[in-house]
Design a protein around this ligand. Structure first.
Ligand code: ADP
Length: 392
């Protein structure tokens, strides 16, 4: 059975087509700059890769070109082969604790919740509508980024602010990257060979979040009401004192939207280094002894270590720490620096094993008190698996 995973953004659409018999990837690709100049698409299949500039006025055109190409490039023999469509959906508030078959009610909820994810939820709806039109008979499943975190208890997900903000406006911690953290939790369960375990999943890419996971369920996570909170990221600040916002507004003559833009797009690694949001660039600059890049790097590591320490106490000890996503999977020095700072918890890593990239690797030594793994995340596969499960 073939299932396609879709991640629709406001101007992009990523896809991955799976043969679910062996979970192999048949094709993958990206449609970019939808509704803008310079729109184009890339499709990879087997050893082939094509990239074409083409007019993509909207998501419907992108989906129709994608489906045409899958057949005309002989990736599939007919569209009937696609038996399920899984959509990555960003915000399901506290209503969606699991993946669901997409119905008109789900679409309406995505629209109703758009205040909570103004860029993502409307884009997700565009993706759903485009596939509904192109393949009306094929069942679709929605996999929410927020779902995995809905097992947090009330004292964890509430902020210490007037209770009425939660009751009236839904002000609470929702958490994000849930599909990735759930994938890591499943992998950890398999690697440990038991159902009871304490895990800290570190999804550190351009966006970054950590989750404290007990027996496969989320106990706490670093992102909150929005993806801006928690650890420091590529361009997002992570946690800051909220009083900074009105102070800077006054000093810089900015409105609240402008300051929020700085916190989302011009802070984090980029903000402190005044150079780049990409950890590779920061490390290269550190090698040239650039002081701001060093501060950015140290602050980045420090924030992650602080949360791991706090989750260690919350979980009453930890069996496994996992690094995943762009920095977590690839950055040898950042993993080393985080683990060195955790030495007091009994974490020890093998520097040779830590040199590995891109595959599941245990990097802790035999005498480390906590297992440390690198596990490449696979949100698309998780979406395809959920789709298969729900369409039966
Ligand atoms: P996103 O959050 O956009 O999905 P990714 O998980 O793909 O991001 O992570 C992208 C980030 O991973 C890059 O911005 C870069 O900082 C980091 N990264 C990728 N490769 C390396 C590497 N070899 N060393 C250090 N950082 C890396």
């Amino acid at each position: 059975m073939k299932i396609i995973s879709i991640n629709a953004g406001s101007s992009s659409l990523k896809f991955r087509l799976f043969e679910m018999k062996d979970e192999s990837v048949i094709a993958s690709g990206l449609f970019e700059r939808i509704g803008m100049d310079g729109s184009n698409f890339t499709i990879e299949y087997g050893k082939e890769k094509i990239n074409q500039e083409v007019d993509l006025p909207d998501h419907k055109v992108a989906v129709s070109i994608l489906l045409d190409k899958l057949v005309s490039l002989n990736i599939i023999s007919s569209l009937n082969e696609i038996q399920g469509i899984g959509h990555r959906l960003v915000h399901g508030k506290d209503k969606y604790r699991d993946s669901v078959l997409i119905t008109e009610e789900v679409i309406k909820d995505l629209e109703d919740f758009k205040e909570f994810a103004p860029l993502h939820n409307p884009a997700n709806v565009l993706g759903i509508r485009a596939f509904q039109e192109a393949l009306p008979e094929v069942p679709m499943v929605g996999v929410f980024d927020t779902a995995f975190h809905q097992t947090m208890n009330k004292e964890t997900f509430l902020y210490p602010v007037p209770y009425s903000w939660y009751e009236k406006y839904g002000v609470r911690k929702y958490g994000f990257h849930g599909t990735s953290h759930r994938y890591i939790a499943n992998m950890a369960k398999e690697l440990l060979g038991k159902d009871e375990f304490r895990l800290i999943s570190c999804h550190i890419g351009n966006g970054a979040s950590l989750s404290a996971i007990k027996d496969g369920l989320c106990v706490d996570t670093t992102m909150g009401f929005t993806p801006l909170s928690g650890v420091m990221m590529g361009t997002r600040s992570g946690d800051i004192d909220p009083s900074i916002i009105p102070y800077v507004m006054e000093k810089e003559g900015m409105n609240v939207g402008e300051v929020m833009d700085e916190l989302n797009k011009k802070s984090g690694l980029f903000g402190l280094s005044e150079f780049s949001s990409d950890m590779r660039d920061i490390i290269a600059r550190c090698d040239e002894q650039d002081e701001k890049s060093w501060v950015a790097r140290k602050k980045y590591v420090r924030r992650i270590v602080d949360y791991i320490a706090s989750y260690y106490v919350l979980l009453g000890g930890v069996d496994m720490i996992v690094f995943t996503a762009g920095v977590g999977e690839n950055s040898v020095p950042i993993r080393r620096e985080i683990c060195e700072a955790l030495a007091c918890l009994g974490v020890k890593i093998d520097l040779d094993l830590n040199n590995q990239r891109g595959k599941v690797t245990k990097i802790s030594t035999e005498d480390s008190k906590i297992l440390v793994y690198v596990i490449p995340t696979d949100e698309e596969l998780m979406i395809a698996r959920d789709t298969l499960k729900l369409i039966g």
